[in-house]
Design a protein around this ligand. Structure first.
Ligand SMILES: [Zn+2]
Length: 373
C-alpha cells in the first residue's frame, strides 16, 4: 500500500513521512478512527515506507524488493496480529498466524473492512473474535527473532481493543520494555476500550473519517460508479468507505420506497401490514436488510437537521427531500431520536445474526407504539 493509493488525508501522511525523514519515529503508534476510515491502509503504507529501500520524501518507491514483498504482504519483518475466532478451519486456540492467508487476501482486496466483515470472511458465524493471551505469547516469541532484512521489525495489530484483559497486560509489558528495532503499529476503531496505560505508551495518530467528496471520488474512480449514484452512496455510507464499497456492489433496492412505506405503516399502526412487511424484509439478503436500516439512519439524520432549521445542510433532493420534510413535520426531535436508536440497535443485532423476522417485527411494533404518543 502506497500513501498515494489513499485518497486525501495529506496532513496525516505528511506527519508520518516527516517523522521518518527526521528519524523521529515513535516505537509505538496508535492509528485511531471510525470503522471504514483509512487507519489500516495508512498503517500499512507507513510500514511499507519504513521498509522501502528507496523511499522518496513523500512515499515508498513501489519498485524495490521490499515494496514488492508488500504487494503481497509477505515481507518477513512485517508481522500481523488481529482478532480471530474458532471456525471449521481452526477448532481450538486460534492464533492470527492460522488465518494469515485469509488476512492477506482480505486486506489486499479492500483494506477498509470492519470486524464483522472479517469474521464473516473467515466463517466465524456469529462468534465474537478476540486477541487471546496465547497470541501475546506468540508475539513475544516472534519479536525475539532477529530482523530478516529490514532495519526494523514491525508488528501491526489490528483492533487492539479486542484483546482480553490478560493479553492487554502482556502487550503492556512488551510496550514498557520494547524489544530493540521493533515498531508497533496499533490500528484501532475504539481507543476508549484500551487500557489507559497502553494509550500512555503510544503516539496517537487520529484518522478523520472520509468526506462525502472523498468517497464519491473513490467510487467513481475505483468502482466505476456513476457520479449521481456515487453521491447517493456517499450519503448512505456517512464517512465509512467500506460501507460505500459494499453498497456499490449491491443490487439496487429502492430503500427510499421501502423505508417510506414502512414508516407510514408504523405511523398508521397497521399491524396486518407490518406483519407482511416483516416477511418481506426477512426475505431480503442480510446486506439488503442492513442497507434499508442504514437508509433509515440517514433519513433520521436529515430530519434532525431539518428540525434544527438548517435545510441548507441537507444532502438529499427531490421526492426524498419531500419525504423528509413530511417525516420531520410529523415527528418530534425525541421521536426521531428513538427511531434512530432502534435502527442502530437493529444493525448491531443483525450483524450478530439475530433472527430478522423477530427483529423487524419487534422494531415495527416499538415504532408504531411510540410514533403517535
Ligand atoms: Zn521501495
Amino acid at each position: 500500500m502506497l500513501f498515494q493509493d489513499i485518497i486525501g488525508l495529506y496532513e496525516v501522511k505528511n506527519t508520518l513521512t516527516q517523522a521518518v525523514q527526521n528519524q523521529h519515529i515513535a516505537h509505538a503508534l496508535l492509528f485511531v478512527g471510525r470503522e471504514g476510515c483509512a487507519n489500516l491502509p495508512l498503517a500499512l503504507a507507513f510500514a511499507q515506507y519504513l521498509h522501502c529501500e528507496q523511499r522518496s520524501p513523500n512515499d515508498a518507491c513501489g519498485r524495490c524488493a521490499g515494496c514488492r514483498k508488500y504487494e503481497k504482504l509477505v515481507h518477513p519483518d512485517l508481522h500481523f496480529v488481529f482478532p480471530v475466532a474458532i471456525t471449521k478451519k481452526v477448532a481450538s486456540k486460534p492464533l492470527s498466524q492460522d488465518y494469515l492467508p485469509e488476512w492477506r487476501k482480505m486486506v489486499l482486496q479492500n483494506p477498509y473492512f470492519g470486524l464483522s466483515d472479517w469474521l464473516n470472511f473467515i466463517e466465524a458465524d456469529n462468534k465474537q473474535g478476540n486477541i487471546s493471551v496465547e497470541e501475546s505469547r506468540q508475539i513475544i516469541q516472534t519479536l525475539a527473532l532477529k530482523t530478516y532484512e529490514g532495519e526494523f521489525k514491525i508488528l501491526l495489530m489490528w483492533l487492539p481493543e479486542m484483546m482480553n484483559g490478560q493479553a492487554a497486560n502482556a502487550l503492556l509489558k512488551i510496550l514498557e520494555e520494547p524489544p530493540p528495532k521493533t515498531i508497533f503499529l496499533l490500528v484501532s476503531n475504539d481507543s476508549k476500550s484500551l487500557l489507559t496505560t497502553i494509550i500512555s505508551r503510544v503516539q496517537m495518530v487520529q484518522i478523520p473519517s472520509f468526506s462525502d467528496t472523498d468517497i464519491q471520488t473513490y467510487l467513481i474512480h475505483n468502482q466505476g460508479v456513476s457520479p449521481e449514484k456515487a453521491q447517493d452512496l456517499a450519503y448512505l455510507a456517512d464517512g465509512n468507505l467500506s460501507e460505500a464499497i459494499r453498497l456499490s456492489q449491491e443490487s439496487p433496492n429502492d430503500n427510499h420506497i421501502l423505508f417510506r412505506d414502512w414508516m407510514r405503516s408504523c405511523y398508521k399502526r397497521d399491524v396486518g401490514d407490518l406483519v407482511s412487511k416483516t416477511d418481506e424484509f426477512a426475505a431480503l439478503s442480510k446486506d439488503a436488510q442492513k442497507n434499508l436500516l442504514l437508509y433509515g439512519l440517514g433519513v433520521c439524520r436529515e430530519s434532525l437537521i431539518m428540525l434544527a432549521n438548517n435545510e441548507k445542510l441537507l444532502r438529499l433532493s427531490g421526492a426524498k427531500l419531500d419525504f423528509i420534510r413530511g417525516f420531520a413535520k410529523t415527528m418530534s426531535f425525541e421521536k426521531i431520536e428513538f427511531v434512530y436508536q432502534q435502527l442502530n440497535e437493529a444493525i448491531y443485532h443483525l450483524e450478530r445474526n439475530a433472527n430478522a423476522k423477530i427483529l423487524f417485527l419487534d422494531m415495527s411494533l416499538q415504532l408504531a407504539a411510540r410514533m403517535r404518543n
